[in-house]
Design a protein around this ligand. Sequence first.
Ligand code: ATP
Ligand code: MG
Length: 562
Amino acid sequence: MRLSKYFVPTLKEVPNDAVVTSHILMLRTGMIRMVSAGIYSFLPLGYIVMKKISEIIREEMDAIGGQEFHLPALNPKEIWEETGRVEAFGDILFHIKNRDYVLAPTHEEIVTYHARNVVKSYKDMPQIWYQIQTKFRNEPRPRSGVIRGRQFLMKDSYTFDNSWEALDRSYNLHDKAYRKIFDRCRLKYFVVGASSGAMGGTGSEEFMVKSDAGEDTVAYCESCGYAANVEVAASRIEGVKRKAESKSIYEISTPDVKSIDELCAFLKIDETQCAKSRIYVHNGEPVLILMLGNDEVNESKLVSVLGGNVRPGHPDELKEITGADAGSIGPMGFRGKIIADHRLKDANNMFSGANKNDYHIGGIDFQHDVKNVEYQDLRIVKSEEGCPKCEMKLEVFSAIELGHIFKLGTKYSEAMAAKFIDEKGEEHPIIMGSYGIGVERIMACFIEQHHDDKGIVWEKPLAPFDVHLIALNMKNESVASTSEKIYNELMQNGISVLFDDREAAAGFKFNDADLLGMPIQIVIGEKKLKDNKVELKIRKVNQRLDVDLTEVLNNIKMLFAE
Ligand code: ATP
Ligand code: MG
């Protein structure tokens, strides 16, 4: 491709609205342009990379027996109503105004709709259906460029099995395929146990990349490899030790004391003597959550403990439920379900709100005074806490989710009555799995991991072009003709070339070549041509070597073979 005719609008300056490295570099290299928040156009250079990633995914999906579909993005709303997900997705779902249609954020409903009509017998399974297609999600805070778009490309696949063992097989095939895909895309990633969120299901893992640009938080143990999304992560942390002497309960006036820190300062006590209260509403009923000191409630864990619909109580509901405002709520006299974090199980001589503004209660013994309480792990784990699997400590950091594999089980097949007949003639819901990969996220994460201060550093599998050929002065007859010759020779040998044949200053061309980041640069200039030589530069290590004109092709083949 000749740069003089190719639309690659590179930018010298860092665009104003971009902060994440991959976003900045995709804009500066002219791979993408924003149209509106979370909506991007892929320009030719970016689209080549998108196609390369898609092709790697396609090959690995085909290798596990996947069959490629192309499902509609425009979906009749009634199919989504069958599973209750119009509600579950809420504002994330895009609605078409003049019709009862939605724009699909994922395709469980559509594939289950097809399976219900065609997968009737145990003999019809296993099935692996996949597509690489545009998804629509009205993300509330689209940022970080294409990492969180409102329209994005996803490889989504769905498996249909006639037993739980067969689902395990389908799931493991995906796990293996995903590792191959991310390895081929030259990504450093790790796999974490995850919560199944709005998708529902029984088992799930996420493929993650460590990055400050990430919106997921992961707990990781370097020593044993334990890794989990903080939504589900556990840690080894001590509960409160029981004091020898148990006081009886008493009320104390605590004017203007609201937070745990204020309570500790006021009473000159330690936070491990305080039980913090939070009110949630579960299927319309209030639930009191008790945490030790400043421990935070992990809402994902709470949702998996309670099931159903869970939300924090609104400030104006609290007084009606407990008789007090936030900061003065506690377990004593609370009528309703109580769930306490497991660290509180043996606690005595504890302080908590009195359900009366500006009062607290001391001397609370969780074993005797708090009735109808259930103990669960409800904490958000923190860095430096003990690993739950070994003797070492956890590190908590931000990460980007590249892909997610779920054992859906029968959630969708039951909701949509997709059933099969087994060997004995009995009817069962089809057992399903669902598996997603974000194509743009692979691209952005690759750039996050492969760049330097000059620009992107592509590796061959994803590089838009293998070689960036720079003719230093096209007005010079021998430079121009040699460049043309090498350009054609490389292309005839299956090497893709971006040919900078523009009339521009050498420095400008070098900067563009480093910014665009093709793996190998060839520089053709008058001086070296006099000795029949050209210069090769390996972008990754910035190494330059002079090569005989006749040896260019061989050298490039050798470099790629390495
Ligand atoms: P997140 O928690 O980051 O919103 P998710 O859990 O909603 O992701 P899934 O529904 O599992 O994601 O979608 C499968 C894959 O699609 C994700 O692993 C991710 O790579 C990609 N993806 C999801 N949402 C977006 C988005 N808004 N923009 C780009 N890619 C996305
Ligand atoms: Mg999401």
